[in-house]
Design a protein around this ligand. Structure first.
Ligand SMILES: *Cc1c(COP(=O)(O)O)cnc(C)c1O
Length: 228
């Protein structure tokens, strides 16, 4: 578990870049989440719906933890959106327009608006989820056409995962690709859309490169909590 001074230095570094920290707490204990909360952390990220709901309900019952913001950063199935829509602060991994429509529907039922990030495939590995540039353009044109019916989501930016590699130039070029896709989408479709501003990229192993390339949200887990 990270020490208080190290945590302070890390968040100061992140804020230097005008970015924010999402503490990735998947598979981590309640006690460790509480310890990080005590150091001032409020944004936490989870990958699995059931685990997120269990943790959300635990903290909801405790008056001192009401200001935690839960981010969903995993692969989301449409039939599970309903479980997190009542409380989720942001959904990072939106990889299809159908999923966006489902999130909007469940958000409307709960009278909330959910910020969503488009997940873009930037890695060289086959296993990572996300849309390629062509799919992202198609997604955006559907969104443009149906915006009026999608009042319960905001399209807040993009998210991506670089290759699992210590090759700095490879990883940085993947982050640059995400930034350029974001610019392309913004200039093609979102001219008057101030919400489309987030770039969620960077994990424990590569967050410094991600910050240098323009990340606004770094998702860090093992560096904060220890190995899962
Ligand atoms: C697990 C996970 C992270 C955090 O990874 P660490 O290497 O532990 O920092 C970030 N983003 C996503 C999408 C993840 O699944």
């Amino acid at each position: 578990m990270i020490l208080a001074e190290q945590f302070k230095a890390l968040t100061a570094q992140i804020h230097t870049y005008q970015a924010q920290l999402v503490a990735v707490s998947k598979f981590q204990t309640i006690e460790k989440i509480e310890a990080l909360y005590a150091l001032g952390q409020r944004d936490f990220g989870e990958n699995y719906v059931q685990e997120l709901v269990t943790k959300y309900e635990y903290f909801k019952a405790k008056p001192e933890f009401q200001d935690i913001r839960w981010h969903f950063i995993g692969h989301l199935q449409r039939n599970k959106v309903k479980y997190i829509a009542p409380f989720v602060a942001m959904i990072h991994g939106v990889d299809s327009f159908k999923l966006l429509v489902e999130i909007n529907k469940e958000a409307e039922k709960n009278a909330v608006t959910i910020p969503c990030l488009m997940q873009i495939f930037i890695a060289t590995e086959e296993s990572k989820f996300g849309m390629d540039a062509t799919e992202a353009i198609e997604f955006m044109s559907y969104y443009q056409a149906q915006k009026e019916q999608l009042q319960h989501i905001t399209l807040a930016g993009v998210m991506g995962m670089a290759s699992f590699s210590n090759n700095e130039s490879l990883v940085r070029s993947e982050f640059q690709k995400l930034i350029s896709i974001k610019h392309m989408l913004k200039s093609s479709y979102m001219l008057a859309h101030p919400n489309f501003k987030e770039v969620s990229m960077g994990m424990s192993a590569d967050y410094e490169w991600a910050l240098a390339e323009g990340s606004t949200l770094v998702r860090i887990g093992s560096m904060l909590f220890g190995a899962r």
